[in-house]
Every structure is written in C-alpha cells, then in structure tokens.
Design a protein around this ligand. Structure first.
Ligand code: BGC
Length: 269
C-alpha cells in the first residue's frame, strides 16, 4: 500500500474504539506513528489491542491515557508526545460520546458531561496542537502544511436531533469552533477541517443496527442504502490529513451515504 503520510505523527483521541480506532488503523497503514489516546484505566486494554494490531501490521505508536476534558491531562499528553517523537503533524479530535435524554428530564450532569468531552475536549486538544504547530512551522519534506487538525463532527452539526440536545449542541459547537480556528490559522498554514459521519456501525449506535428490523428503519434515512463502517471514515481522514487536500480548510466533509440529503423529500414535498 502507498504510504501517503510516511513518517508523520498523529494524536488520535478516543482511539480505543469505534471511529477513533478505525482512523488509527487507517492512518497507521498510511505510514503515521499513532498516539492511541484512551480516557480511563478501563479502556487501556482496548487501546492496547488497537496498538497491537497496528504494530502487527508493521506500524508504530504508543497508547496514552488522558481524559480530554481535563486541561492538565491534555497538556501532559501533547508535551509527552513531542518529548517522545520530537514532532506532531496531525491531530484527530475524535473523542465523543452520547448521554441521551428527553430534554425536560436532562440533568445538568448529562449536559456537562457531553459538552465537556465532545466540545471542551476538542477545544483543549486543538489549542495544544496549534501551539505546537505554530512553534514548528512548516518542516520541509514533511507536508505542505504546518499541521492538520481533523475534528470528528457528525451529521448532527446540521440535522437537529430530538432527545439528543446535548449531543447535537456539542456537534454544532464543533462546527463553529472548527471554522473559527480554520480562519484564524490559515495564514499560519495550519489546516483545520471536520468529518461529519452519518450512521457508522460502532458501539455508540449499536441499538440502531443490531437487529435486521432496526437496521431497516435506519436505512430509510440513508439514500445510499448501507450503514457506514469505520473504514469509510478512516479513508476520508487519511485524505484530509494528506497534501492531496492541501487547499481545503474550514470544511466539514459529510461521510454519510446521503443522510444529509433530506431523504424524506425524495418522493414528496
Ligand atoms: C451518532 C450516532 C447516529 C448517527 C446518525 C452520530 O453522530 O453518534 O448515534 O447513529 O449520528 O444519526
């Protein structure tokens, strides 16, 4: 396989499962050394399994425990990464979770937890990455950009989601965070984009596809008529991190089989 990102270094948050793990494997296959971030002691074994698969395939990296909603832990992870590898090229701001609730019953704890990980976590990690990218500048022969950030958003940065107000608000927030810092740091040659996944088969939405009946209902929302897999996101992440997308910044690429095309209007309206 062509190693499009040979020798680059990436931190991928929330890489012990789901889309983060998929991105870790895809970037590793493209030649990237991966910091497989995971949040707590309980996710260590899963993170190690992702790293083991990467090293078995000839890739490199380390696991790193850090709760992205905690400023001191985030700062330590970025400092240790630079200490270990001397450089940082890519951040995949991926860590995210859902704590769903009817709005009138949503506790402040559920609200704060989701905003803390999904939105504040992306702020804290992006800020550390940008500090490093500004210091490094463009390193000849590595990449045309001084650094690349890919924010994992969702179709729910634009599709409202009843019963998930905290999650949808976090993703709408990620969109404007991404665009605002893309505008701020384009002159410094730092590219910041987002991926907006639709329904991708991962633990976060297991109940939506675990039975054929559930999957059939889900497919009504997906014109392309298949549920996504993490590889769909991984290949988009590799491309967005590569010089092939060098003129793209401040954009969300929806990888959703057409979920954002308002499929309800295909036969009516
Ligand atoms: C959510 C999934 C959901 C998908 C499409 C994602 O952002 O995390 O639970 O299946 O959006 O609605």
């Amino acid at each position: 396989m062509e190693q499009k990102l040979q020798g680059q270094v990436a931190i991928i948050t929330g890489a012990s499962s789901g889309i983060g793990a998929g991105c870790a494997k895809a970037l590793a296959a493209a030649g990237v050394t991966i910091v497989v971030n995971h949040p707590v002691e309980a996710t260590k074994a899963a993170a190690q399994a992702v790293l083991d698969e990467i090293t078995a395939g000839g890739g490199k990296g380390m696991i790193y425990q850090c709760d992205v909603s905690k400023e001191d832990e985030v700062q330590r992870m970025f400092a240790d990464t630079v200490k270990q590898y001397g450089v940082l090229d890519i951040l995949i701001n991926n860590a995210g979770l859902q704590r769903d609730s009817p709005f009138q019953e949503m506790t402040l704890e559920k609200w704060n937890f989701v905003i803390g990980v999904n939105l504040t976590g992306q702020f804290l990690c992006a800020r550390e990455a940008i500090r490093i990218f500004l210091k490094q500048g463009i390193i000849q022969g590595r990449s045309r950009a001084a650094g690349k950030i890919i924010c994992m958003s969702s179709v729910h940065e634009m599709i409202p989601w009843a019963g998930h107000a905290n999650y949808a608000a976090s993703k709408g927030g990620i969109m404007m965070l991404m665009k605002s810092i893309a505008q701020e740091f384009a002159p410094s040659k730092i590219r910041i984009n987002a991926i907006g996944p639709g329904a991708i088969k991962t633990p976060i939405n297991h109940s939506a596809w675990e039975t054929p009946a559930a999957e059939k209902i889900l497919l009504e929302l997906i014109p392309y008529n298949r549920v996504g897999v993490v590889e769909d996101i991984g290949s988009a992440a590799v491309w967005l991190a590569s010089d092939e997308s060098d003129y793209i910044t401040g954009q969300t690429i929806f990888v959703d089989g057409g979920m954002t095309l308002f499929p309800g209007f295909s036969t009516n309206g």
